[in-house]
Write a protein that binds this ligand. Sequence first.
Ligand code: NAG
Length: 257
Amino acid sequence: MNSMKLFVLLITLIALEPTRVIGYGPIESDVFDNTTGTPDTRFRREIGEDYTGITLLQASDFIFKTFKQTHGGGKSYTSIDATVTSFKISGLGGYPFQVAITTGNLILLNADYVQVYFGDVKAEFTGILYHESTRVWQWTANGAAPIGLVTGIADYIRLTSGWPSKNWVPRGSGSRWDEGYAVTAYFLEYCNGLRDGFIADLNAMMRYYYSDAFFVQLLGKSVYDLWDDYKLQYGGNPPVPAVALAPAPAPAPASKC
Ligand SMILES: *[C@@H]1O[C@H](CO)[C@@H](O)[C@H](O)[C@H]1NC(C)=O
């Protein structure tokens, strides 16, 4: 790769049917729309490969800024790739409400979920791309970190980038700090509010090893005391007053990624 690319801020777009490679700094994006000839027409009509590729790069950029890392974030990947496919036809699990499966730097996105989603699917899909992009770049202590913290950090990125899901529970919900997804994301938002840069430091510390003691090191309190402090703002723990809970959407597609 030409090192000048590091300084090029323009998004260049090279159309290569059926795959598009988009260069944006040293990270590339390769998106494949595998929905041709399937009943899942909505991805192609309302979102598209180009938008997906550009959003993956913008999400990666946002993640590196949040984590205070250079492009690549210490991982060896030079691209972030996605395949949009019918999980049903491809025989992948979780049809139709599993949203995505991310392995390494490849994100499999469920076109069936896009097809049946009620509402602004482009906004929902954008949030999903921010969540899954985080799963590509974040540290997980080689898988030893609590999965609820890992998904919570991914939804923290989704939240702070301005792409939360309309199906999320309200702030202050949940019974455990590491329940995952939006519950943990809102808690991490509180933690980062106590000291800006907390989330970047936490991610960096999670590279090889994980301990709950990281919260004490970073914020001077145990994660359990922090969770209690956070919950006190919403009437304490347990439980959240029922009036604070939004009615569950029906059906409630869990954003399991
Ligand atoms: C692409 O779609 C076909 C069916 O249309 C499916 O058999 C195949 O597994 C899909 N590929 C991927 C990578 O999901």
